[in-house]
Ligand binder design. Structure first.
Ligand SMILES: [Zn+2]
Length: 67
């Protein structure tokens, strides 16, 4: 059972370092904070769309044109 825990911990750390590596270069191009609400844009979203300037919530709101 300890082996499984260790494997999970290792995988969690690997994922964290991958995300850290992936976000570093994006600081140059991507927009870290949402233009509308100022909260941090999700890493996955910035990786998928480096030109995104809004968080998924605000983008969705704009696309739906909800006031
Ligand atoms: Zn936002």
């Amino acid at each position: 059972m300890d082996d499984i825990d260790e494997a999970q911990e290792l995988q969690r750390r690997e994922t964290e370092s991958i995300i850290r590596d992936a976000t570093a270069p994006l600081k140059k191009t991507g927009c870290k904070d949402c233009d509308d609400c100022g909260s941090e844009i999700e890493v996955e979203r910035r990786m998928a769309m480096p030109s995104a300037r809004r968080c998924i919530e605000c983008q969705r709101r704009r696309e739906q044109k909800v006031p």
